[in-house]
Design a protein around this ligand. Structure first.
Ligand code: ZN
Length: 246
């Protein structure tokens, strides 16, 4: 058995988007063994689940050193989430901001559920690090993505499973421009091009319109955020990408 106190084996919460792909590259650069987990909860657009597989395939093909560390991919069926959500991700409703300041895509506590399931799977697989692309810096006010929530989850999961988990959040304090910079720092032009071409962010599932920053409608909040980050990155590609401390 690997020594669990060394934290060398990681499970990455991987959706096939820009953020989680950058997190996956971070994990592959940092840890000895890396597996991935995704959740199928009736996304309106299967394109997200397809993007996961494409990104994994391209990473293996283009980064042989990482391919050697990249183990199994797991997808869990979370159709139950559809039963407790009324959002534009799972129903035919338009994306909008609620009076609370949260987008109506918000499923209360969704990320807590994801982390709990990821930890249960990680426990079974002998993985002690959970890597997730949550971020406090961007527009979303998702309370289940905040740093304090992650610290509380790390403690709760470690106590509740009697297994020391580390929740690694490489994007917590950086913005979308810095996320592009981090990807470039990790994998150079090749990783940047892979993320542009193969990751999926658009809420509308648009894979028809190609922009400098990738595929998407260009209008939904996810596309706008990605486009703004790209513009900031291209304006100053080498600006101080602060690698988060650990
Ligand atoms: Zn879009």
């Amino acid at each position: 058995m690997p020594d669990p106190t060394r934290h060398t084996r990681a499970l990455v919460l991987f959706s096939g988007g820009q953020d989680s792909t950058t997190c996956l590259a971070h994990a592959l650069a940092r840890f000895e063994q890396v597996e991935t987990i995704g959740f199928d909860y009736g996304q309106r657009h299967r394109v997200e689940l397809e993007a996961r597989l494409t990104v994994l395939r391209e990473l293996r093909a283009q980064f042989p050193a990482w391919a050697a560390k990249l183990g199994e991919d797991h997808v869990l069926d979370l159709a139950v989430l559809g039963a407790v959500s009324e959002t534009s991700l799972t129903r035919d409703m338009a994306f909008r901001m609620e009076a609370s300041g949260l987008p109506n895509t918000f499923v209360p506590g969704r990320n807590l559920l994801f982390l709990t399931l990821a930890a249960a799977l990680a426990y079974r697989r002998g993985l002690t690090v959970l890597v997730t692309g949550v971020c406090e810096t961007d527009f979303s006010g998702y309370p289940d993505c905040r740093d304090d929530t992650m610290k509380a989850m790390q403690l709760a999961l470690s106590l509740g499973m009697d297994q020391r988990f580390l929740i690694d959040t490489p994007l917590m304090w950086i913005d979308k421009a810095d996320t592009w910079r981090l990807a470039h720092e990790l994998g150079g032009d090749r990783l940047e091009a892979l993320i542009v071409e193969h990751t999926h962010t658009c809420y509308l599932g648009d894979r028809e319109h190609r922009h400098a920053w990738g595929w998407g409608c260009g209008d939904c909040p996810a596309c706008q955020l990605r486009a703004r980050g790209w513009a900031g990155y291209r304006a100053a590609p080498g600006s101080n990408a602060v690698r988060p401390g650990h």
